[in-house]
Design a protein around this ligand. Structure first.
Ligand code: DQA
Length: 142
């Protein structure tokens, strides 16, 4: 099984950015732990601050044919709340996409309560810290 993790804007700053909300670990350090937990899964990771590059990566990995990605885990950061283009990209591909958030977006500012991408996704995991990514992996194993 092959799973692509895609992180959007400002998530390159995990570990430095608002640690009270997002924790103290960089994504790279967390990703090493995740890979060790799931040695049988081919996990790949991509991050960009640019909306169009996130869309390109969804197109590139979005067609679940033999040998290609079986699932996409997407933390679109703030584009979650604004991007119809990401919604359309998720709809356009056949690989299932699970939306992930580190924080509980429903317990924060009101503008974070709307997700433009949620209706296009298979499901959403939010509020479990970095463990949200692991829970999203588990959803593909069921
Ligand atoms: C986030 C929540 C978003 O509202 C925010 O803009 C982020 C991170 C999360 O993982 O909790 O950048 O997606």
């Amino acid at each position: 099984m092959k799973i692509q993790i895609i992180n959007g804007p400002n998530l390159n700053l995990l570990g430095k950015r608002e640690p009270d909300i997002y924790g103290n670990s960089s994504f790279d350090a967390y990703f090493d732990t995740l890979k060790a937990q799931y040695p049988a899964i081919e996990l790949t990771y991509y991050q960009s601050n640019i909306e169009g590059k996130l869309i390109d990566k969804i197109h590139e990995t979005g067609f679940a044919v033999d040998g290609i990605t079986d699932g996409i885990i997407l933390n679109a950061g703030a584009y979650t709340h604004t991007s119809i283009a990401l919604h359309d990209a998720i709809k356009a591909v056949s690989t299932p996409v699970v939306e992930v958030h580190i924080s509980n977006v429903y317990a924060r500012e009101s503008f974070r309560r709307q997700s433009m991408i949620a209706p296009a996704c298979k499901g959403t995991v939010a509020g479990f810290g970095m463990d949200s990514y692991r829970l999203a992996i588990e959803s593909f194993l069921q």
